[in-house]
Design a protein around this ligand. Structure first.
Ligand SMILES: Cc1cc2nc3c(=O)[nH]c(=O)nc-3n(C[C@H](O)[C@H](O)[C@H](O)COP(=O)(O)O)c2cc1C
Length: 222
């Protein structure tokens, strides 16, 4: 792997900023966007579940339907080069076909699979307790999608591409619009979060962050 310096990485983190105004004349190349998607695909997820789908909406008529119910991207959904809706898997239970297929893909035999599924059962029911209701299980899948979201925004920043994560929307309405347009099956998937990508139209004000001492707590040897 070719080395990238810490300063280059920090520069990308400082450059990345929630972009609310894109230059509508600048589009991300296919190659660059494929790189961003690959960084999403390679992201880690709890128990390797990969409970996500990255839906890239380049259809302007559909984008325009989303804007009235998405206050958080009202100023940038239309001008963004790419608009992505990240879906999270519903019902990602340890005993679902979803997990069975993933484990088969990893080449596990039936004995190994039974063992692993037993571990996942304990994890989901007793440890992290996400089988108490459908919402908890769906939110667990959503948490995984945010890792891919972060990675895609950072990888974009590393090559000078801007982005804005978007939670500012009416979830019921966005789900309904996408389902009506046959984008996904609502028994299998739900909207987790959205993100726009493009090139900033103007300079963005400097970052405001808490001090390092406020966010880090060290527990050292006595
Ligand atoms: C999960 C998430 C959802 C967000 N939703 C929106 C949104 O709907 N609209 C928006 O303009 N900004 C949104 N933001 C951007 C935040 O306001 C922004 O990241 C934060 O103020 C820090 O600024 P910076 O990203 O420019 O460093 C969101 C950020 C995150 C992480």
């Amino acid at each position: 792997m070719s080395a990238i310096t810490k300063e280059q990485v920090l520069e990308a983190f400082r450059f990345r900023a929630a972009t609310r105004a894109y230059d509508p004349t600048k589009k991300i190349s296919e190659e660059d966007f494929a790189y961003i998607l690959e960084c999403g695909r390679l992201s880690p997820s709890s128990v390797g579940s990969e409970p996500w789908k990255f839906v890239v909406i380049q259809n302007m008529a559909l984008r325009k339907k989303l804007i009235p119910v998405s206050w958080g991207m009202a100023t940038h959904a239309e001008d963004a080069s790419h608009l992505m809706v990240i879906l999270a898997k519903k019902n990602a239970r340890y005993d679902s076909d979803f997990f069975r297929i993933a484990l088969e893909k990893r080449g596990l035999n039936s004995e190994q699979m039974a063992k692993v599924i037993d571990i996942y059962k304990k994890f989901q029911t007793e440890d992290i307790k996400i089988l108490e209701n459908d919402r908890a299980l769906f939110d667990w899948a959503c948490k995984q999608t945010y890792i891919a979201l972060g990675n895609m925004m950072t990888s974009a920043a590393l090559i000078g591409i801007d982005s804005c994560p978007v939670e500012g929307f009416d979830y019921d309405a966005v789900n309904q619009i996408l389902v009506e347009n046959k984008i996904f099956d609502p028994t299998e998937w739900g909207v987790s979060v959205m993100v726009t990508f493009g090139y900033r139209a103007k300079e963005i004000r400097p970052k405001s962050r808490k001090e390092i001492e406020e966010v880090v707590q060290w527990v050292r040897e006595e």
